[in-house]
Write a protein that binds this ligand. Structure first.
Ligand SMILES: NC(=O)c1ccc[n+]([C@@H]2O[C@H](COP(=O)([O-])OP(=O)(O)OC[C@H]3O[C@@H](n4cnc5c(N)ncnc54)[C@H](OP(=O)(O)O)[C@@H]3O)[C@@H](O)[C@H]2O)c1
Length: 241
């Protein structure tokens, strides 16, 4: 599917799936202006517009928005890829209640859920154009309440469920304001990245490369008939809340 109508894109987070999305969009539309934000300062790139953004700091948002506005006033597509399941600072998916820790829970919720309304608040002015645009949040099927049969992964599951509620609220507010922006949560499918790597050996699910996943996500965004505010699987199916 050609993306010749997508001219200005922002990918928030340059992890495994985020960077693959930027590459896939560039390959489908070499003329697209693609912005990528990251917490790490990167060398300049001839392909992408790179920006520093720490999404959990209001002051970082202010600097980032000023910088972005110098380069564009509209965005056709924004994809937030923020997510944490484990990290070197001691976050890991909890298997039982005795592993629950308030500071770690707050950190997981901050990254996985609280970033969503901050993204929408700060980027709404760029999406508010006469043309249809998309605001996408990468969520996870394990955040589905109905699909939860195994338990465990408390903070990750609950924070992705919270992300989906934020997404739904954002879609309702955008519709009330008559914005032509469609808002979706998308489960990318199990994908080889830093986030999934420790769990892949024990997974009995189909595992995709980040390049395959980027194709699936873009195909879903631009072929779905689902209404704004939906929680979608990587193949376009609607997922249960
Ligand atoms: N891979 C899978 O199988 C899978 C399955 C279901 C859902 N997902 C979801 O897909 C999305 C992308 O994940 P991925 O697989 O590409 O993982 P990834 O490579 O680890 O990327 C995760 C992204 O989240 C950002 N992030 C992590 N901690 C952060 C923090 N403290 N502050 C700000 N940003 C932070 C990372 O930024 P840095 O690069 O700066 O660390 C990175 O951009 C996530 O929302 C994840 O939950 C992935």
């Amino acid at each position: 599917m050609s993306l010749s109508h997508i001219n200005r894109v922002l990918i928030l987070g340059d992890g495994g799936i985020g960077y693959a999305l930027a590459e896939e969009i560039k390959s489908r539309n070499p003329k697209a202006q693609i912005h990528i934000s990251s917490r790490r300062i990167k060398k300049s790139s001839s392909k992408f517009n790179l920006h520093f953004l720490d999404p959990l700091k209001e002051s970082s948002w202010q600097k980032f928005i000023l910088e972005l506005r110098e380069q564009t006033t509209t965005l056709d597509l924004v994809i937030s890829t923020y997510g944490v399941l484990h990290n070197l600072e001691g976050i890991k998916p909890e298997k039982s209640l005795r592993e629950m820790d308030i500071d770690k829970m707050i950190e997981v919720f901050s990254i996985n859920a609280f970033t969503a309304p901050l993204v929408a608040k700060n980027l709404e002015p760029f999406l508010n154009s006469s043309k249809e645009s998309h605001l996408i949040f990468l969520s996870a099927k394990v955040g589905s309440l109905q699909d939860n049969r195994m338990g465990g992964w408390y903070s990750y599951r609950a924070s992705k469920a919270a992300l989906n509620m934020f997404m739904k609220n954002i879609s309702i507010e955008f519709s009330r304001k008559n914005l032509k922006t469609k808002v979706f949560s998308i489960h990318p499918g199990t994908t080889v990245t830093k986030l999934s790597e420790p769990f892949l050996k024990s997974s009995n699910l189909k595992i995709w490369s980040s390049e395959e996943t980027a194709k699936h996500i873009l195909n879903t965004i631009y072929s779905t008939n689902s209404s704004t505010g939906s929680f979608l699987n990587w193949n376009g199916e609607i997922l249960p809340w």
